[in-house]
Design a protein around this ligand. Sequence first.
Ligand code: NOJ
Length: 555
Amino acid sequence: MRLVLVLVMALAWACSGGGPAQDAGAGEVTEVAGGDTRDWVTPGPDWQRRTVFYQVWVRSFQDSNGDGIGDLPGLISRLDYLEALGIGALWLSPIHPTPYADSGYDVADYRAVNPDYGTLEDFQRLVEEAHARGIRVFADLVMNHTSDQHAWFQESRSSKDNPRADWYLWADQPNLPCTPGLQFGDSAWKWDEGRGQYYFHQFYEGQPDLNYRNPEVAAAMLDVARFWLGKGVDGFRVDAIYTLFEDLPGTPEDQFICGHHPLTHAYLKTLRQVLEEYPQRASLAEVWGPTGTTAAYFGDGQDEFHLALSMDQELAIQGALMLDAPSLLAPKLTDTLGRLPEGTQYATFLSSHDWPRVMHQTGNDPARARLAAVLLLTLPGTPIVYYGDEVGATNTTAQVVDKRDGSRAPMPWTAAPDLGFTTGTPWLAPAPGNETACVAAQDQDPDSLLALYRRLIALRNRLDFLGSAPIRVLRPATSTDKLLLFVREAQGRTLLVALSFAKQALPLTLDLSALVSVAATLELTSEAEVPALTPQNAAAYQVTLGPHGYAVWSL
Ligand code: NOJ
């Protein structure tokens, strides 16, 4: 019956001259609304709430042609590894032509692939091959700004009366009191000789902000989204959406708003409508701000983003790991989740291309890195594993663009000096430690960090309520501030997680009688031995967790 429906719809789309639904890129219909023809890791609607994402810094993942730069054919050659890891979706760093002033977040052409990374055909093959393995693909959509090399900006800067004169934010005086974030410079205004005016940039000066009050700009970016959806991408991580609108010069001073402008939400709703034109697409917001502010980008739960990166929670995780202080994280967990519209959730992560690697955060402590992995994959939200964290890669001290390059080093595949990443010279000097922190060294070792990640991701895929189910932090009758104990519960299924943030062994006596009515199944532990947890001993359950040890049971 489903096959008939697929064929009928495919025929209807073909006859209609093609709408968004004939978007399989290579001309093949891969999905229909309400149905799912592939063997996805996480099938069905709302898949983004049940899947594990993996973030790939394309330039650093796998080089295929010896130029020292990771590329799409290289990434394709590693899809079997990613399939074995168990992830259900990839998020790729920007893949477009770029002068690389902000590591690719300065896009010079939205509809092309950076020749360093390959071709549009390579991209389509990547999508097809990932899909064939049940893995979905997210692209990074950089909406707020372009590169100053983009044709739109070149035209806009050429005169005050060209057709794109108003596509960017130009002023005679640098009079909008916004300042760029951290590493992006002192002033948000740059003088342009050609135009004889200043242009506004929230980020590096090579990244002029687009003027979203101009309907042509707003429409052009939606067309960019359609272009990639038409190539089969399953959604977008949308860059810096809190900066899309600013108040223009001339607005009364008390109206100056540099970020989180109310107009942004109306525009983001139009982006959501574009996504809704295609079946089972999703979106992930990159938004910086306190939890309450971030939550606004879910709209009513149906009309803005599906997911949003939780910066607050990441900071709390980092703090807890660095200071061995779970009390920094525990209140944040329940606080964060209480505020979300039904059907939405945060994306949880430990590190990224903007943050130091987990290993770096934990002072190169393997036990803490393992604890962090368990935390990431048992917390609520959609987990994002940052490439290389699964083998304990650490930061490099090398830098090409800025200090964030620390976490963007080539993927350590092997213990060789070239890391199995390239036959040439890597574009960025590798991080140390790949003799042991590499895939080859850990692949067959059941005690390795990589094996732990595989087990955790498998657990996550099996217990697919873990993304959306609430969290309940338990306050056990035991006198330690080093234990984080929580349960995740949904539809009669429960996961119980005990994490020690102590540097020494932590003996515990826990009253779990309210939870345990049948013998618990031990899913994972760092310990050689953990006593069975049964209704008989649950009222005064005794267990000792080693330094930064953990135990996870299902009930
Ligand atoms: C957020 C990206 O994650 C970051 O790397 C980039 O510098 C800014 N947005 C500007 O695009």
